[in-house]
Design a protein around this ligand. Sequence first.
Ligand code: ZN
Ligand code: ZN
Length: 375
Amino acid sequence: MDPIVMAVAPEPERRGMNSLGVAHLAVFNGPGKPFEFRSLPLPEPAAGEVLVAVSLATLCGSDLHTFDGRRQEPTPCVLGHEAVGRVIAVGEGRDPALIGQRVTWTLADSCGGCRPCLDWELPQKCERLFKYGHAPMGSGTGFNGCYASHIVLRAGTTVIPLPDSVTDAMAAPANCALATMVAATEPLTTGGDTVVIQGAGLLGLYGGALLKEAGWRRVLVVDRNPARLAFVPRFGGEPLTCSEAEALPSGSADAVIEATGSPMVVPEAIRLLRPGGHYALVGMVHPDSHLDLTGEAIIRKCLTLRGTHNYAPRHLRMAVAFLTQHAARYPWASLVSPPLPLQELGPAFAVAHQGLWPRVSVSPWTSSSGTFSRS
Ligand SMILES: [Zn+2]
Ligand SMILES: [Zn+2]
């Protein structure tokens, strides 16, 4: 069984915010360097801003890539963009009723006035885009990431209250993985016969539940890792090994979703798709993704290929509504590890690399041997 000893998290709301008015941040100074823990005075939110006490944050694949040095981020910075928290204070122009509410928020802050925002329905491609967990300390308030006791949300960020039935563990990955899959599966919500999801990571598992509830008769989820496949039936899908997928007849899928991050799976998807099929590309968000396919294959089969990167605020609203509607139907919380203390963020990355959970979580309110200094 898992050798990692997990601390038990007290309810963050019972603890309330830090009584000294101090925020704690786990600062990333580059791959291979230990996290530096800084304590800073809590900032007053400026106009449009929202100060949130982070209850729970999860380690996303992109955080792992940055930690490993496979993705470059400006440093020093506070990583982490998947989280849930409670609103502590709001700046002018924000609804004061938000104060005290448990919330999730869009991982991208957008201006609302440029062409991607106004004309293209792609606020995640805003000309003045800001993404939490990817910005240097020197940008804005510096409270830009979720591996911290507090985060300051900017004026162009959509903040969505959560019902009590959507727990912290259920909600933490909603503002990245789930909302992204809501966006990727949006053209497929009319349902159909057979959809194949390539990859049983968190994206694939969320995709399985979303498509099953959208009315797809068969949701086949392919992965080469048996431990990942074990989650699939609990989230509406039928698990399939790679060799089982290879045995599927050509043209047997109405739609395929790439959620592996590997370009190697693309020829198999093209083979499986029926004429007029839809291929949703979600996972390969890295430059090592040259595709082995011909234009002829796409044209002769009349295929639609659609890429999805992040999402618009409506997709996060849909994600929260989906979790609320199906809170009891799927074991959402089993996708997230018990929280490790934020002070153990370095070891949390090591746990994430073991792959025992689709997401490993950290909480600034969970204590262990290395509690924050109260001096
Ligand atoms: Zn993420
Ligand atoms: Zn914009």
